[in-house]
Ligand binder design. Structure first.
Ligand code: EPU
Length: 437
């Protein structure tokens, strides 16, 4: 049965919450654990839909999984994998299946992966993954919606990615860990979640070096062994609650918010008038005295402003005095949620030009990837439907700010990526209830 959230708005957030492990780290580490025929253990695992989907995918190919959601401990025993075929039912649920290509080739010499999905934020092709794996020596065919990969053993190669793709870097890093010889991945992604994957692989016996210029060097080893790892905290969840605290003029301590991984976000938050201070084990965000100011920002790959921080940032800027500009340079179609915010009273206009920054790859694509936000605008409650995960959280924040009641449908998107989100908002004083539709 589908669920919806009902929120009584006009509130401010006050209290303390704790963020847990990052969605975009844990699911990749679950996949990486298959490189070793043993039982790996992950700690700080969040309770989110994407972990559940990934558990099901791994169980469907023979992993034995034990999960204590309360303690955040997940063990994956990959000793006896049963098949190199990812069942078709998992295609379209998230971006994980394609990441199994190299891992399954290591275990079986072959992999069959149905076409994958994820949120509806652009076409999200996998050409970089395919070309990279081909460079490592995989034979790859695409037939009837299924990618078929084969290689007795992959061979190290020098690969330059056309764009520093997170998924492609992770896929190639995992594939190269047990390839014959050395692999260089140039123009690679270097997000903290990728460094965390490298750390887990290193604990498993891999030899991975990060150079200063977006290059990963992976010296392939023959085998890896099972290992334990504590997943890095979720800097998207932390930033999302931080913005919620400031936008609602609240006062929230976020335990587990890590300044090191939020440096860029915190700079922009400060420029927008948001106030914060580091405290033991986290960061306190307080917006009671904040005079919110307009800013011009551009999203980008790490160490730039994450594309996943953009949506809550837009909500904050609807409350700033003046005109703000956000130029989205990672995904071509990530402002689909703005129309609904306008229905709630925001004034956001979208443009296909590259506004407020340098020209990006979407310059002449016709995609509306720049937003101009006029503030401050009071928001009012509405009945709304979530289009994707990150937009979903920003609707929640908009609902908390808005006068009146907001009903949010499509909450499965939020549950895919945010740990115990209802409990956390309730703990911060927001009247939010969950009803079946
Ligand atoms: N791209 C290609 N070809 C490829 C791969 C990527 O053209 O083969 C393009 C994409 O279309 C996009 C850009 O490169 O325009 C960046 O894509 P990337 O591969 O970096 O993204 P991803 O690995 O699919 C992950 C996160 C996203 C996050 C991005 C950027 C996961 C499961 N997803 O996606 O998170 O926005 O990196 O940091 O790790 C989310 O959590 O809601 C989410 C969308």
């Amino acid at each position: 049965m589908a669920k919806k959230f009902i929120i009584e708005g006009g509130r401010y957030l006050k209290g303390e919450i704790r963020v847990r492990g990052a969605k975009n780290a844990v699911t990749k580490q679950m996949v990486a654990s298959l490189l070793a025929p043993g039982k790996s253990v992950l700690q700080n695992v969040p309770e989110i839909g994407d972990v559940e989907i990934t558990k099901q995918i791994l169980a469907s190919i023979g992993c034995k999984i034990e999960h204590d959601p309360e303690a955040g401990i997940l063990s994956i025993d990959a000793a006896n994998l049963s098949t190199h075929r990812v069942p078709e039912e998992y295609s379209g649920l998230n971006r994980i299946p394609i990441l199994l290509a190299g891992v399954l080739m290591h275990r079986f010499g072959a992999a069959e992966i149905p076409m994958m999905g994820g949120c509806d934020i652009g076409p999200r092709p996998v050409d970089f993954h395919i070309e990279g794996l081909r460079s490592l020596g995989a034979d790859i065919r695409y037939e009837d919606g299924v990618y078929r990969f084969s290689a007795k053993r992959l061979t190290g190669a020098r690969i330059t990615l056309p764009f520093p793709s997170v998924g492609a870097t992770e896929n190639l890093m995992m594939a190269a860990a047990t390839a014959k010889g050395t692999t260089e991945i140039r123009n690679a992604a270097i997000e903290p979640e990728i460094v965390d994957l490298a750390l887990f692989l290193q604990s498993m016996g891999a030899i991975i070096t990060q150079e200063t210029d977006r290059t990963w060097i992976i010296q392939g080893v023959e085998t890896l062994h099972a290992a334990q790892h504590r997943v890095i905290n979720d800097r998207i969840e932390a930033a999302s609650f931080a913005v919620s605290a400031i936008a609602t003029r609240g006062d929230v301590i976020i335990k587990g918010a890590d300044q090191l991984h939020m440096l860029t976000f915190l700079n922009w938050l400060r420029k927008a008038g948001g106030e914060f201070e580091t405290v033991e084990g986290g960061i306190r965000f307080h917006g009671v005295q904040s005079k919110l100011k307009p800013i011009a920002v551009e999203t980008g790959v790490h160490p730039g402003l994450m594309t996943d921080w953009q949506q809550p940032m837009v909500i904050l800027l609807t409350q700033a005095e003046g005109m703000s500009v956000i130029h989205e340079t990672v995904y071509e179609n990530r402002f689909g949620y703005a129309e609904t915010l306008n229905r709630m009273g925001a004034r956001i206009q979208l443009y296909s030009e590259c506004l407020g920054g340098r020209d990006c790859r979407f310059r002449n694509s016709g995609h509306r990837h720049s937003a101009v936000i006029m503030g401050p605008t009071p928001l009012k409650g509405a009945k709304i439907e979530i289009p994707d995960l990150r937009a979903g959280f920003s609707y929640l924040v908009a609902a908390v700010l808005a006068q009146g009641k907001t009903e949010i449908s499509g909450v499965k998107y939020i549950e895919r990526g945010y740990d115990r989100v209802v409990e956390k908002f309730q703990a911060l004083g927001v009247p939010i209830s969950v009803v079946e539709e």
